[in-house]
Design a protein around this ligand. Sequence first.
Ligand code: FMN
Length: 172
Amino acid sequence: MKNKIQPIQKERVMRDNDFIVSKTDLKGRITYANKIFIEFSGYSQDQLLNVQHNIIRHPDMPRSVFHLLWTTIQAGREFNGYVKNMSKDGSFYWVFANVTPSYDINNKMIGYYSVRRKPSQQAVSAVEPVYKEMVNAENNAGSKNAIEASTAILMAIIAETGGDYDQFALSL
Ligand SMILES: Cc1cc2nc3c(=O)[nH]c(=O)nc-3n(C[C@H](O)[C@H](O)[C@H](O)COP(=O)(O)O)c2cc1C
């Protein structure tokens, strides 16, 4: 369910040695959250468990980034990317996320695992205007064409660096 929290211009900054960790089931419901996740999100463990991970979705994030995240992990690959998240009080925090599929002993995919660390200021400064342009494109394109419109913008920027989103993200 989408939350109705109003974003505020207050930033929470990750410390150099922080790791924000969560696990989800195959549908993106949170099955584990570490202490730092609880701290930054502002929610209690009880409020996070079994809830969709979009509980911390920030409206400044382009839909197409999550589309890319999901298609990547569902295909069994790892995703690296910059995400602006929203805490319970509406404040925001930037993370550099690594998301990977988890498997059981029979090699069946059973969920996903994400570890986030503090992004460099340089990377956030590079990504922020791109995401802004992407969100604008999504709003202008309308719901049906939103993903396509903002993916085109992202791909054009990535093409300049010659790689895919992963390479782009890791190069910042
Ligand atoms: C392991 C894992 C971690 C995720 N972490 C985040 C996160 O930190 N922030 C976020 O907004 N979405 C995260 N997502 C993506 C959400 O499931 C969701 O796709 C996204 O918030 C967009 O929500 P919406 O489709 O309702 O707009 C994660 C998904 C998985 C599988």
